[in-house]
Design a protein around this ligand. Structure first.
Ligand SMILES: Nc1ncnc2c1ncn2[C@@H]1O[C@H](COP(=O)(O)OP(=O)(O)OP(=O)(O)O)[C@@H](O)[C@H]1O
Ligand SMILES: [Mg+2]
Length: 435
């Protein structure tokens, strides 16, 4: 799917409030990658990749934008912390592992897609095995067992919790290697060791999943999956490097810590420039992978990054601090807005939450004040306020009462927090909701 920058921004608007510059920048970067990939090789190689670096305080949408972008275009996406890498030659994770992680995600995506494609084809085989297992269960006590009825009940998900005995592939146990990392010998020697079947008891639900996976694996050609996954990662992959500012030393490298941070920057360079990284699925070219870096840049400046790396991140966007108006919008307008999330959650327990406009005003106002007086958490502040606000309801709702409307207006908000603060002072009993 190749969306135009405008379309991308429109889609991002459904989830992220404000930050117009950042949205435009990521949209352009994504499109530029596409444009570059369409050029003849000689020209393409002359054009350096245009990666993005985002700066801005915590909780204003840096990660959220990148994550949404990836989801939007169905691209493999990984988020990594720059601080977790160490320079090549030292103990720790080398930077190439971010590419290997991306390929893992890509393989999973391609596998899932293929699985959906073939599921219908193999379902009859799975059902036959399940009906046989169910038949064996009944044969002991019943004289005549109706297989057709079993099949119908199975298809209607009426027998999900019944325990059946089925023959499944024995999964090799992961063994602990030195240093605590897990190695799965089975996957290392995949195809070399014959797979052993073993009879196992499990619920119908579990058995269906297991048998389905087995049948799917039989007909999916893993070589094709790997190849497709590598292409997907190469052409569509997005790597989000968070905390990039933390690997920037101050102006001149003075301490050994600064030197090693510079080392990591140097290691990242060839990856963002375009190089080939070997993975267990094959070689991955990083030329068209989109890199988005982000950091708060409180202490370090972008100008302190090694110049070569600065050159590979020519698109720089600053995200704005969020205002009270932004908070109000964030509370209610995005598709996954936090008020909507709580409404869904509590609906399960027969509570119908109704948020009045003046309540949103009050919460936004509180968030802004607390961010100013306390630590600035950005939009994350809304989550802590909402959790506190609805703590009483969340605790008391049981679902064993008829549907209850709870109207949250300004008064409600003010009262809950007034009581919370007086509770701390005099340990008074709680005000609020009880059933
Ligand atoms: N502009 C925004 N619009 C809607 N929701 C937002 C916005 N900014 C932040 N949020 C909400 O706040 C949460 C935190 O945002 P995000 O993870 O993007 O922060 P960040 O900018 O990456 O901060 P950090 O520097 O701490 O990593 C998100 O899950 C999202 O729900
Ligand atoms: Mg983040």
């Amino acid at each position: 799917m190749n969306l135009t920058p405008k379309q991308i921004v429109n889609e991002l608007d459904k989830y992220i409030v404000g930050q117009a510059n950042a949205k435009r920048a990521v949209a352009v970067a994504l499109r530029n990658r596409y444009r570059r990939s369409k050029l003849p090789v000689e020209i393409r190689d002359e054009i350096t990749p245009k990666n993005i670096i985002m700066s801005g305080p915590t909780g204003v949408g840096k990660t959220e934008i990148a994550r949404r972008l990836a989801k939007l275009v169905g691209a493999p996406f990984v988020k990594v912390e720059a601080t977790k890498y160490t320079e090549v030659g030292y103990v720790g994770r080398d930077v190439e592992s971010m590419v290997r992680d991306l390929v893992e995600v890509s393989v999973r995506m391609v596998k899932d897609k293929k699985k959906k494609e073939v599921e219908n084809k193999v379902m009859p085989i799975v059902e036959e095995k399940l009906v046989e297992a169910l038949y064996q269960n009944r044969r002991v006590t019943e004289v005549e067992v109706d297989r057709t009825k079993l099949l119908n009940d199975l298809r209607a998900y009426k027998l999900e919790d019944e325990t059946v005995e089925v023959s499944v592939i024995e999964s090799p146990k992961p063994i602990m290697a030195l240093g605590g990392s897990e190695i799965n010998l089975g996957s290392m020697f995949e195809g070399l060791t014959p797979q052993r079947h073993k009879k196992k008891k499990m619920t119908v639900k579990h058995a269906r999943e297991n048998l389905l996976q087995e049948e799917v694996d039989k007909i999916i050609d893993m070589d094709n999956v790997n190849e497709e996954a590598i292409t997907l990662a190469e052409e569509q992959g997005i790597i989000f490097i968070d905390e990039i500012d933390k690997i920037i030393g101050k102006s001149k490298a003075t301490s050994s810590a600064d030197v090693s941070r510079e080392g990591v920057q140097r290691d990242i360079l060839p990856i963002v420039e375009g190089s080939t990284v070997p993975t267990k699925y094959g070689n991955v070219k990083t030329d068209f992978i989109l890199f988005v870096a982000a950091g708060a840049f409180h202490v370090a400046n972008m100008e302190d990054m090694i110049p070569e790396l600065q050159g590979r991140f020519p698109i720089r966007v600053k995200l704005d601090s969020l205002t009270k108006e932004d908070f109000k919008k964030i509370l209610s307008t995005p598709k996954n807005a936090v008020t909507v999330q709580y409404s869904h959650l509590l609906k399960v327990d027969n509570i119908n939450l109704v948020f009045k406009d003046d309540a949103l005003d009050e919460i936004a106002d509180m968030a802004e004040k607390q961010n100013r007086d306390d630590e600035d958490l950005g939009a994350r502040r809304l989550h802590t306020i909402m959790e506190s606000l609805l703590e009483d309801v969340s605790f008391n709702a049981t679902g064993e009462h008829p549907l209850l409307d709870i109207v949250i207006d300004r008064n409600y908000v003010v009262n809950v927090f007034k009581n919370k603060s007086s509770q701390i002072e005099n340990k008074k009993p709680k005000f609020g909701f009880s059933v």
